[in-house]
Design a protein around this ligand. Structure first.
Ligand SMILES: Nc1nc2c(ncn2[C@@H]2O[C@H](COP(=O)(O)OP(=O)(O)OP(=O)(O)O)[C@@H](O)[C@H]2O)c(=O)[nH]1
Ligand SMILES: [Mg+2]
Length: 287
C-alpha cells in the first residue's frame, strides 16, 4: 500500500522478476487495480498484493471502489493462506508528508485496527539516491514519517529502508515473513459483524476524507474564481487560460469526489456480494 509513485510495483517486479509488471514513468498513477503476484522465497510460496493508493486524482478507480476491493480481498481472498503483513511505501525524497500520504496512512490505520498494526512494515524507498549530503535530511523525513505512524509504532510496527536492490527487497520480505501471522483485521471483523462498508471505521474515515476534500476543492475553486475576475481585466490571455484550466480541473475533481461520497453512502456491500467482485482481482502464478 502507499501513494502513487512510491515504488510498490517496482518492489514486486524486483522480487518476482515478472517483466510485465508496469511501473510508472510519469506523474500519473500506474497501477489502477489490485493484482496479486506469487513467487518463491526460501522455498516458501509467497503472494504479494499490489494495490493502488487512495487518491481522488486517480483515473479509472474511485476511492470507494478501491475500499470495496481491498475489503473483499482481506475478507475472502486470503482464506486458507496466512497473512503475514502489510507493507506501506513512502518515498524518502518526499520531504513533506503530503495530504494524500496522510490520507493513505489514516486509511491503513482504520483498515488494520490496533491488533494488525504490528504487522505493518513502514518502508521508505529510494535510499539508493540518498548521498552523504542528503543523509541528514532523509533521516529527518524518516523521523517525521514515523510521527504520522505513531499508532502503528506504539503497537510494534517498525520502519525499514529500501535501496532498490534485490538484497534489500529480500531482507524486507524475510522480516515480514517472520512476523507472527495476523489474526484480526479490523475491517474484516466489522464486516463479519454485518456492518455495511459505510459503517466500518475505514468507511467512516473515507467518508470524512471525501467530505473534507470536497470542501477544500470548493475553497480552491472560489479562490481561483476571484483570481479569474482580476485576470479578465488584464490583457494576458495565457494567464487567464491557465487559471481557467486549473479551475475546470478542480471542478472535475470536486464532482468526482462528491459522486464517490454518494456511492460510498449507498454501498451496502454484504460479504456474499464480494464473490461477484472477485473476478476483478487477478492472480499470476509463477511459471
Ligand atoms: N531510484 C529509485 N527509483 C524507484 C524506487 N522505487 C521505485 N522507483 C521508480 O519510481 C517510479 C514509480 O514506481 P512504481 O513502482 O510504478 O510506483 P507505484 O507505487 O507502483 O505507483 P502506482 O502504481 O502509481 O501506485 C518508477 O519510475 C520506478 O522506477 C527506488 O527504490 N529507487
Ligand atoms: Mg504500481
Amino acid at each position: 500500500m502507499g501513494m502513487t509513485g512510491t515504488g510498490k510495483s517496482t518492489f514486486i517486479k524486483l522480487l518476482t522478476g515478472k517483466k510485465d509488471i508496469k511501473v510508472g514513468g510519469g506523474i500519473n498513477p500506474e497501477t489502477s487495480k489490485i493484482g496479486s503476484f506469487s513467487f518463491y522465497h526460501k522455498h516458501q510460496r509467497v503472494i504479494m498484493v499490489d494495490t493502488p493508493g487512495f487518491d481522488d486524482n486517480r483515473p479509472k478507480m474511485s476511492d470507494s471502489k478501491l475500499l470495496g476491493y481491498i475489503t473483499e480481498f482481506l475478507s475472502e481472498e486470503h482464506k486458507g493462506k496466512t497473512l503475514h503483513g502489510f507493507i506501506y511505501f513512502h518515498r524518502i525524497s518526499d520531504v513533506r508528508i503530503s495530504g494524500t500520504a496522510k490520507r493513505n496512512i489514516r486509511m491503513m490505520s482504520s483498515l488494520c485496527g490496533p491488533s494488525a498494526m504490528k504487522n505493518v512494515a513502514i518502508v521508505t524507498t529510494r535510499w539508493d539516491e540518498v548521498n552523504k549530503e542528503q543523509l541528514q535530511a532523509a533521516e529527518k523525513t524518516e523521523t517525521q514519517l514515523s510521527g504520522y505512524f505513531k499508532d502503528f509504532t506504539d503497537n510494534g510496527a517498525q520502519l525499514y529502508r529500501h535501496d532498490n536492490t534485490l538484497e534489500s527487497a529480500k531482507k524486507l520480505i524475510s522480516s515480514v515473513l517472520d512476523f507472527t501471522a495476523i489474526d484480526k483485521i479490523q475491517i474484516v471483523e466489522e464486516m463479519r459483524s454485518r456492518k455495511t462498508l459505510f459503517q466500518t471505521a475505514a468507511g467512516e474515515e473515507l467518508a470524512s476524507q471525501l467530505t473534507q476534500l470536497e470542501a477544500d476543492h470548493v475553497q480552491q475553486i472560489e479562490g481561483l474564481e476571484k483570481q479569474l475576475g482580476a485576470a479578465s481585466r488584464l490583457e494576458d490571455n495565457s494567464y487567464y487560460d491557465e487559471l481557467n484550466k486549473l479551475r475546470n480541473d478542480l471542478r472535475g475533481r470536486r464532482g468526482k469526489v462528491a459522486k464517490d461520497r454518494q456511492k460510498l453512502e449507498l454501498m451496502k456491500i454484504a460479504p456474499k456480494r464480494f464473490k461477484q467482485l472477485r473476478s476483478l482481482i487477478t492472480e499470476r502464478r509463477p511459471k
